[in-house]
Design a protein around this ligand. Structure first.
Ligand SMILES: Nc1ncnc2c1ncn2[C@@H]1O[C@H](COP(=O)(O)OP(=O)(O)OP(=O)(O)O)[C@@H](O)[C@H]1O
Ligand SMILES: [Mg+2]
Length: 252
């Protein structure tokens, strides 16, 4: 949500895609509907006609969302059993679908960025996302388990390149960072790993940003707003701003 907000503040058109059955991203925008079959589920089921049926506006003009809920669970389960080639191309089909706006214009033309919020496990819904993803950003909290998990993620992304050769692991975004001895040692270790990496997997552990722990972020989960709108001067709000300036090369 905070990354999308910062892109939007720079004038980019953003499509958010909640790819997690918990639907926390949808909830954060006040767009969670528990009772209906969620748009992301309908996408995987192939149960839609026009893209407009599935895209919802947020309160921020130029930022739209495709929402999720628990119905996603059933859809992934069904698709796993299907043996068709296109079971990982359901999202691609949507991005290439014509919109009502003008002849020949497709969904992906409408946006500068599409951000998938993925769950931690790579299921068929995540594979669908990886097929149309250019860059993967891995949010990590610095602890031993998470750092070990990074190797696995890097391998899985490498494997997924069979489905999408242009897929790259852009880097990691450190979150909930506290400047303790343990965490600063972990950060230092990550930086060295990156420097050591040979040119072939150069981008492997690139650190795209460090988002510091802020009490305001924890409080904010009840407010349902980007952190910058809730508390612009807190460390996390400033860090998200820096991260997106650095990522896009554009200040706001
Ligand atoms: N910079 C931060 N400072 C303080 N607390 C944070 C920060 N970032 C995240 N949190 C806390 O951690 C919780 C989970 O964060 P987030 O939703 O980004 O993680 P997640 O791993 O995607 O979890 P899930 O998808 O299960 O919600 C947030 O509700 C928030 O309370
Ligand atoms: Mg999440």
């Amino acid at each position: 949500m905070n990354m999308a907000y910062e892109l939007w503040r720079r004038g980019f058109k953003v499509l958010l895609w909640d790819n997690d059955k918990q639907g926390n991203l949808s909830k954060a925008f006040g767009r969670y509907h528990a009772e209906q079959t969620a748009p992301v589920t309908r996408l995987l089921n192939g149960d839609w006609q026009k893209p407009e049926e599935l895209i919802q506006p947020t309160d921020y003009e130029g930022m739209d969302i495709i929402t999720s809920n628990l119905s996603l669970f059933g859809a992934t389960w069904n698709l796993m059993k299907e043996e068709s080639e296109d079971r990982v191309k359901k999202y691609q089909k949507f991005m290439e679908a014509e919109t009502g706006e003008q002849t020949g214009s497709i969904v992906s033309d409408r946006y500068d960025y599409c951000i998938f919020d993925n769950p931690p496990d790579i299921g068929i819904n995540v594979l669908n996302a990886l097929v149309i993803t250019d860059e993967v950003i891995v949010p990590v909290k610095i602890d031993e388990n998470a750092l070990e998990g990074l190797d696995i993620v890097a391998e899985q992304i490498e494997d997924a390149r069979v489905l999408n050769p242009s897929l790259t692991l852009k880097g990691v975004l450190i979150t909930i960072y506290q400047n303790t001895d343990g965490e600063s040692a972990g950060l230092e270790w990550l930086r060295q790993e990156y420097d050591k990496a040979d040119s072939r997997n150069h981008s492997r552990y690139d650190i795209l940003g460090v988002i510091r722990y802020s009490r305001k972020v924890a409080e904010n989960s009840f407010v349902k707003k980007p952190i910058y709108e809730y508390s612009p001067w807190c460390a996390a709000a400033q860090d998200y701003k820096w991260f997106v300036s650095n990522y896009t090369g554009r200040e706001r």
